[in-house]
Ligand binder design. Structure first.
Ligand SMILES: [Zn+2]
Length: 121
């Protein structure tokens, strides 16, 4: 028996989580791959595409809030239906959505707001 070994703390699950660049919902990569983004899959089309998930989500986020009031979210404004789901959301998300998604938003008359700003909406 050699010396005692400190137990290695389990990796925080947060490390594996990714936040959607558009609506900032937080999910595991596996969930994004299986279901896409529950809010913006129509625009993002991540379901089943790992590289698309890499482009449309990020591990660089901070501040986690449990539930967003769908009525207060700007995402709710561009959705035709109010399927904005309750879940875990990041307060700030670093990065930008891909150009084609931004173009798609613009074609719907919506100005993309990067989620790394502190502006409130
Ligand atoms: Zn999303």
């Amino acid at each position: 028996m050699s010396g005692a070994q400190a137990a290695i703390p389990p990796q925080p699950r947060a490390k594996q989580l990714r936040a959607c660049l558009l609506c900032s919902i937080i999910q595991t990569p596996a969930d994004f791959r299986k279901h896409g983004c529950p809010n913006c899959e129509e625009l993002m089309q991540m379901k089943g595409y790992t590289d698309r998930i890499q482009a449309c989500t990020t591990t660089h986020f901070d501040g986690v809030i449990g539930v967003i009031d769908p009525e207060q979210s700007w995402v709710a404004r561009w959705q035709r239906t109010s399927k904005y789901v309750r879940g875990m959301y990041a307060v700030r998300v670093k990065g930008r959505i891909p150009d084609d998604v931004e173009a798609e938003l613009e074609s719907r008359g919506i100005k993309y707001r990067p989620r790394d700003q502190s502006e409130q909406d």
